[in-house]
Design a protein around this ligand. Structure first.
Ligand code: DOR
Ligand code: ZN
Length: 358
């Protein structure tokens, strides 16, 4: 064995599914994403959701302002580009939505079934009722990003993705075959099978946590709130199906971290929030998973090529280098307003360290 650490240089990746929040939390978390990722699809589920072009443009400015403050404070430059999305409601106006897409103000719309997750109370109650919006999106080539979970209380939390695919997505793609659709953060074998067997217009993102852990992680020696996210971690056979999909080389699968910060107080609670803040450790974790699967030669496509191809964008010109010599994840990260975040894999030394190559 040589002493020289293994290195891997690849096009700079993008994050096709990211929660950045607002205010002091935004200031805290956005630099962690900008360190590794050049672009990110920014989720619109703020406390007051981003429901139209105006709100998306204003939010984009707040994100760029937060990065400018970080630059002024630290001298660390970045080229981060937030790609904005609109939150669909029962009342979304199809024409205004498609106009915002055509003008480039937003690049996709997000469908949260009402009450499916954090700040989803204003989401869509019945997909059938927004068919005119979805038809207009299909005509315009505007991607629909879906939180694919059925919400009826009678449906077991571990079955929600599979049921949503059967009840909503299968009929939807049959009715609107031209619709560009990303099934976000898939967690099940059924999710993989749906995406693989659908047309080239249907893709999926995969998170580091669903590739790394099965649902046992939530209960290991006690209740582990920092491993709780939605869709919830699934059983081992699903994790294996996700790993096979991610590393298969199929261009329908690409990186979307679903990094979703909540303060330690909000996570370690009698009713803890769903979401894992993985921005500091996501890229290193993906590299670990691809190495474990003997597929490091396919990591660049998953992280840096498949997503841009789906969205009709060029891959980034810049690069990152991953070095296999270990990187320690902080135990905690202080928020700009006195809170504390516990990042994904807090305190662990990860196999892969990410260098900025420009
Ligand atoms: O775990 C999650 N957290 N899943 C989501 O769908 C939303 C996210 C958040 O915004 O906290
Ligand atoms: Zn999300």
């Amino acid at each position: 064995m040589s002493d020289v650490p293994m290195t891997l240089r690849m096009r700079r990746p993008d994050d096709w599914h990211l929660h950045l929040r607002d205010g002091p939390m935004l200031d805290t978390v956005v630099p962690w994403s900008a360190r590794h990722f050049r672009r990110a699809i920014v989720m619109p589920n703020l406390a007051r959701p981003v429901c139209d072009a105006r709100a998306a443009a204003a939010y984009r400015h707040r994100i760029l302002d937060a990065l400018a403050r970080h630059r002024a404070r630290t001298g660390i430059a970045d080229t981060f580009e937030p790609l904005m999305t609109v939150y669909l409601t029962d009342d979304t106006d199809p024409r205004a939505l498609v106009d915002a897409f055509r003008h480039g103000t937003v690049c996709a719309a997000k469908l949260y079934p009402a009450h499916a997750t954090t700040n989803a109370a204003h989401g869509v109650r019945d997909v059938a009722r927004i068919m005119p919006v979805l038809a207009a999106m299909a005509d315009a080539g505007m991607p629909l990003l879906v939180h694919a979970e059925a919400t009826a209380p009678s449906i077991d939390v571990f079955d929600r993705e599979a049921v949503f695919i059967d009840q909503v997505l299968v009929p939807l793609v049959a009715r609107l075959p031209g619709l560009k659709l990303v099934v976000e953060h898939i967690t099940t074998r059924e999710g993989v099978e749906f995406v693989v067997s659908a047309a080239a217009t249907v893709a999926a993102t995969l998170t580091p946590q669903h590739l790394l852990y099965n649902r046992n992680a939530m209960f290991q020696g006690g209740l582990r709130p920092h491993h709780y996210c939605l869709p919830v971690l699934k059983r081992e056979d699903h994790r294996r199906a996700l790993r096979r999909a991610a590393t298969s080389g199929n261009p329908k699968f690409f990186l979307g971290t679903d990094s979703a910060p909540h303060t330690r107080q909000a996570k370690e609670s009698a009713c803890g929030c769903a979401g894992i803040f993985n921005a500091p450790s996501a890229l290193s974790t993906y590299a670990q998973v691809f190495e474990e699967e003997g597929a490091l030669d396919r990591l660049e496509a998953f992280c840096s090529l498949n997503g841009p191809a789906f969205y009709g964008l060029a891959p980034n010109a810049g690069h990152v280098t991953l070095v296999r010599d270990g990187e320690r994840v902080p135990e905690t990260i202080d928020t700009a307003d006195g809170g504390v975040l516990t990042p994904f894999r807090a305190g662990e030394t990860l196999d892969w360290r990410v260098l900025d190559d420009a």
